[in-house]
Structures are given as structure tokens and as C-alpha cells.
Design a protein around this ligand. Sequence first.
Ligand code: FES
Ligand SMILES: [Fe+2]
Length: 405
Amino acid sequence: MGSTPTFDLAGLISRHSPGHALAREFYTDPHIFERDMDRIILRHWFCAAHASSVPRPGDFLVVDLGAESVIIIRTQDDEIRALLNVCRHRGSRICTAQSGKASAGRLTCPYHAWTYDLNGRLVAARQMPEPFDRDRLGLKSLAVRVVGGLIFATFAERPLDFAPAEGALSQTARVHGWDKAKVAHREMYSIKANWKLAIENYMECYHCQPAHPEFSKRHVYARPAKQGEQLEQAGRRRAEALGIFIEDVDQYGCAAKSGSESVSVFRSALSNGVASATPDGQPIARLMGDFSGHDGNSTYFDIGPLSDFLAYADHGVIYRFIPRAVQHTEMEVMWLVHEDAVQGQDYDVERLVWLWHTTSAEDKKIVELNQAGVNSRFFEPGPYSLQEPYARRFVDWYLNELAAQ
Ligand code: FES
Ligand SMILES: [Fe+2]
């Protein structure tokens, strides 16, 4: 699979200057985008949805990645499956709606009506010549793991070991109560930029003070490490006082070396007097998981290259990055609240989404400006700052992944 590059990819990788952004071609060349899809995106685990999005048997959701489309569906046995949305007859898409319920427990192709059950088994196909082996013609399926209420899937035939990610994630998600949560709101941001620019931007907070004034007022992470030190210590003490413990984990970069999926988890304090990501810093919804009070911290966790999460004591945010084309990335943002929280009573959607809608709209703008500048034939990658270690780590990891195999 994949196209033949018109250039020397190995040479391009070897010319990378450590501590610097990537060369222009990595963000502009359609051949490299194809490589990214084959070698990285389709090989890693990605978060497809929160399990509450498919609460009952037959409920489905369609999620896309590049040109691929996947049906996330709950079976009669209450299991979650990920089926390729490609008919085994002549390849039509089967589910055309973004979400819905399989009528009578069946998925029927709109083209010639081949019909599949919720496990993807072919159960009906008209006028096929004998012998006809239905068992061989079920929908292709992806490996799936559900951890802490989050559905992960991978296109890889031999998936990367998910155990390290699963271990860290199940502890973090459990403390935050993400398995007893529901999606209160979702928003899709279409970004005219390469997926790596969107991820690098997500990975660093050097841009936070100039680009995200509201985020920066509330989050210590926006400050240089030295400046934020005392506030971070105070945040840790508040968490300890409440008995909240979440382990820092940093196994990003392990995938190329060990065959495991990458994971990182870290906590950072909110500014003094800030309980949650709201306009007035006051709580937004009922407390989740192990929290018996607001500890004035937020937890960041990342799994694989495309899935990032942020948890507060009373709500959570899921980011799904969806590479679509060399200069087109979608970012889906989902806001989580306690599964029993009632809209209008326990939380107000506008207040809930305010900070991360504002911040995501700002990010869309700066990432698109970044792509526009990188498109210049005179662009030369500059050095990363002290406040961009994770962006640097991502780029190193990316090049390793691309060079491996
Ligand atoms: S392509 Fe689906 S039934 Fe023909
Ligand atoms: Fe940002």
C-alpha cells in the first residue's frame, strides 16, 4: 500500500536538525501524508468515541480517519465492535448516517441490500450462485478496547500492545469517573492544516499566553516551569488533602522501540482560586469519580498520536484529531459530565463549553496561519523553545516511527 515518494524520504529524515521543527515537505507533500497514514495513523490506537454514545444494543456511530470509515456498534451481547464501513459485495458504504440505530438488529447495505448482523456477520444476500460461503464475507473488524468509558480501536492487523496505555488510563479515568460519564456536547473543528501541525500545537503551551488569554488566566501550565513551580506544589498539596492520586506517566516514544502504544499522563495546577474551566472559575457541574471537592488541578493524558484528554474535577474534555488530507485535519471536541447530571439543573452547556470552545477556535486560527507560513518555499524550520519539550518529543517520536519498519 502507499504511493512511491518522488523524493528521498530517508534523506529528508536524516537531514532533520534535532530540536527544530520539521522540514516543509512533512507538512505539504501528499506522498508523506500517505506514508503517515500507512505507517503511523492506521497502525496506532485511536479513541473513537465515549461508550455512552452507543448506550443500547444496535446503537451505532460512524467515525472516519483519513479515507477510512468505521461503524462503532453495540451488539446484542452488550459488546462494542468496530466494523469497517465497506460492504463485502462491491464495497459500498453501509451506514450513511453519522449515528443511529440498526433497525431490527441488522445493517443493510443501501446498494444491493446485503444484510449483516450487529457482529458484522453476513446474514442475507439475494440470488448468489452456489456454493456461497457467507461466513467468509462478514464485515472486516478492527481490534477494540474499552477503557474507562473510552472506546479505542486500531486498523492494525497486529495491534501495538495496549496494556501499558490501558494500565495508566484505567487508573486516571477511574479517579475522574469517566466510566460513569456522558457526552454533554460535541463540536467539530475543520482545520486547514496538516495533522502534525495540529498535534504539535496541542503538545506545547509556549503559544498559550499570546494566543489563549482565557486559558492562561486559569491554568498554571501556560507559565514557564520556574514561574509556576510554587503554584504546582500548592496544587499537589490540595490534591493530597483530598486523597486524589494520579500517577505521572511518560511512555511517549516507546512505540517504535517496544511495540507498545504510547501514553502520557500528567497533572498541572489551576490558578489560585480557580475550581474549574468556567468564566468565573467557579464549579460547573457535579463532581465526578473520586473527587469529594475541587482540588484546583487538571489532568492531561494522551494515548497514541491522535487522542488527547483533559479532566477537571467536575467535567472532562476529549480531543480526537482526524487527519483527512495533507492540509486538512478535523478536531472533534467532546465535553463529558457525570452520567446523572441534568442539563439546566446541574450544568449549563454554554458555561461548560465556553473555555474549550474559545480555545479550540483560537487554535484553529493559529494552526491555519502556521500552515500558510510553512507553505512558503522560503520556510526554514526554527528551534523549539524551553516551553515546547512535548512538541519536540512528538516530532522525534514521529520521525522514529516513520523511519522504523
Ligand atoms: S455493494 Fe453492498 S450489497 Fe452490493
Ligand atoms: Fe492551543
